[in-house]
Ligand binder design. Structure first.
Ligand SMILES: O=C(CO)COP(=O)(O)O
Length: 253
């Protein structure tokens, strides 16, 4: 374990899942966190846009935070169907995920787009969770660190610091597949990201949280969260069920 580790963050990305009845699942998560099931970890739920405001109201006064899964780079304007970081802040969000591989693939987002969105998040007073990670082909051809390094350099907001920016390393091939890298592979990439953050941000880079994401489950969370420079998890499928999500967060109990 690294000395002076930042406070861990266990974040749930609900993706395009969740109806208003999801409030009961959120309550169950909040109850578990209040009972100490997440230990020292900060717990965040990122529902779809339609639930951000409702969840934020529901979570007020509880020990969980609410975030969103994307934002537009501009504060307002003629962008039909888009949501700005300022709107998310207004709805009660405190975090926003940017550059998830599903957005990079489904919506053609590149590093410049992601950086602009991360900077919009900071402008609005949100914490940006910037996602990076290699595809299976990139890993198999030995390009993992090159890809992760260039995505990080291209997506990191100019004003990044330990309080306003979180990095999520999500190997694309591990998302929703049940496959995970070995602990040694996770350590190699997280150590590399830490070194690059320290180069870019100096001492501040040591405090930026680096999450691992991709098939995190209650059964593998303790091992993955125990790796050096893994400061929490970004959880997809297993965050939809309070029991599983709390089972992951309990790695920090
Ligand atoms: O994409 C992810 C979180 O952003 C990970 O998804 P899964 O946990 O479902 O693999």
């Amino acid at each position: 374990m690294t000395a002076n580790r930042p406070r861990p963050l266990v974040a749930g990305n609900w993706k395009m899942n969740g109806l208003t009845k999801g409030v009961t699942e959120l309550d169950a998560i909040a109850t578990g966190v209040a009972a100490g099931e997440a230990g020292s970890a900060e717990v965040l739920v990122c529902p779809p846009f339609t639930l951000v405001s409702r969840f934020a109201a529901q979570a007020a006064g509880q020990h969980i935070k609410i975030g969103a899964q994307d934002c537009h780079a501009k504060p307002s304007g003629a962008h039909t169907g888009d949501i700005s970081a300022e709107m998310l802040k207004d709805a009660g969000a405190t975090y926003v995920i940017v550059g998830h591989s599903e957005r990079r693939t489904d919506h053609g987002e590149n590093d410049a787009t992601v950086k602009a969105k991360a900077e919009a998040a900071l402008r609005a007073g949100l914490v940006a969770i910037v996602c990076i990670g290699e595809t299976r082909a990139e890993r198999e051809s030995g390009k993992t660190l090159d890809v992760v390094g260039s995505q990080l350099a291209g997506s990191l907001p100019a004003e990044a610091n330990a309080a306003n920016t979180v990095i999520a390393y999500e190997p694309v091939w591990a998302i929703g597949t049940g496959l995970t890298p070995t602990a040694a592979d996770v350590k190699q990439v997280h150590d590399f990201i830490r070194a690059r953050l320290a180069e870019a941000l100096g001492e501040e880079g040591n405090g930026v949280r680096i999450l691992y994401g991709g098939s995190v489950k209650p059964g593998n969370a303790a091992e993955l969260m125990g790796v050096d420079n893994v400061d929490g998890a970004l959880v997809g499928g297993a965050s939809l069920k309070a029991e599983d999500f709390l089972g992951i967060a309990s790695a920090y109990r």
